[in-house]
Design a protein around this ligand. Structure first.
Ligand code: KG4
Ligand code: ZN
Length: 334
């Protein structure tokens, strides 16, 4: 069988990324231009600034990906691009670049769901075994997805308010830590004590949904009340106690869902998968079962285009093609 080469393009948030991938599982090049420095002083991603950076970066990143891969356009089989969800102005840059290239180079175009990409990042580490459960935890998402076959996704649980990463970033802000705050809270938590009782939103007994806004409010109130009392709470202890609550709910519900759906594999994706507490807790919980748990290296957890090419490869092989009317869809469903 002839080799397959897919170009992946990702611009849904604050990274401009292009990758070239062989046969869906071999990264030939994977270029990511991060904009974190530009958004830092605003304490979060500013959509207007994100779009502008994508416009400036997209052709440079494309060229770099092709140079690194040492490949020409006639070897390319298809172009896969994130069509949603994400920031609409940011998505549009990638979608339009992909459409222009598909037209100019006469290549098939495949629209990819950003979360499908996060899931397929794991396939660089290990082949999938179905049924499979994916926990996606990032700045914009907290979801449990069940897969019974390639390219088919069943959402079995999701956050009803804040995403896990969003909660981390908000708590980090209260603790006066720089953006993105997740890694800083994680670091502080390691030297703190879990001595503050924060709520855990278990929701209904049979629900695999999540909720983090109550926890966030509780952290705000605790800090505020302590200040009023003239009490000095240790930042490390707040971080450890907050993390304890997030990690407990995430790992407990993931284990429960894995057992309920009798899955053969559990994978974790998204930026919060880098969290030390979450990794430890999941490893501990699943070590008591015979269900294999896979947490990919950080480089594949955070936004990149290799993951989009990996999911795009499956869609391409399954015959999925996007038309010229492909559009950015900020609330695309999986
Ligand atoms: O997947 P990602 O790079 O971007 C999207 O949101 O799609 O995830 C970024 C999120 C941010 O909220 C960041 O604070 C969080 O992941 N994060 C962490 C850690 N590293 C990144 N949260 C907790 N602990 C970490 N070690
Ligand atoms: Zn993402």
């Amino acid at each position: 069988k002839k080799e397959n080469y897919i170009v992946g393009i990702e611009t849904s948030c604050d990274e401009t990324a292009v990758a070239i991938v062989k046969d869906g599982r071999e990264i030939i090049s994977n270029v990511v231009a991060s904009q974190i420095e530009s958004h830092k002083r605003f304490g979060g991603v500013v959509p207007e600034i994100a779009s502008r950076h994508h416009v400036e970066q997209i052709t440079i990143v494309l060229e770099e990906a092709f140079n690194e891969a040492n490949i020409t356009w006639d070897q390319i089989d298809a172009i896969a691009v994130t069509e949603g969800p994400g920031l609409v102005g940011a998505l549009l840059i990638g979608v339009n670049a992909a459409k222009a290239l598909a037209f100019a180079k006469q290549k098939p175009l495949v629209g990819v769901h950003h979360i499908a990409g996060h899931i397929y990042a794991n396939r660089y580490e290990q082949e999938f075994h179905f049924p499979l459960l994916a926990l996606i935890v990032s700045g914009g998402h907290t979801e449990l997805v069940l897969m019974k076959e390639h390219g088919k996704y069943e959402l079995i649980g999701e956050t009803r308010d804040d995403a896990a990463g969003e909660a981390y970033d908000k708590v980090a802000r209260m603790l006066e830590l720089p953006y993105p705050g997740g890694p800083h809270v994680d670091r502080l938590a390691a030297s703190g004590e879990e001595n503050i009782t924060f709520p855990r939103a278990w929701l209904e007994a049979d629900s695999f949904d999540f909720s983090f806004s109550g926890l966030k409010s509780s952290v705000i109130n605790t800090i505020h009340n302590a200040k009023q009392r003239g009490d000095e709470l240790k930042k490390e202890d707040i971080a450890a106690s907050f993390q304890g609550s997030v990690v407990d709910v995430l790992s407990t519900k993931t284990l429960k869902a894995a057992i309920a759906y009798n899955v053969k594999q559990v994978i974790v994706a998204g930026g919060v998968a880098a969290n030390d507490g979450l990794r430890k807790s999941l490893n501990e919980k699943f070590s008591g079962t015979n269900i294999p748990l896979l947490i990919p290296p950080l480089k594949l957890c955070t936004d990149n285009a290799a993951m989009i090419a990996a999911a795009g490869y499956i869609a391409y092989e399954q015959g999925k093609r996007s038309d010229w009317d492909l559009n950015a869809n900020p609330s695309l469903v999986l």
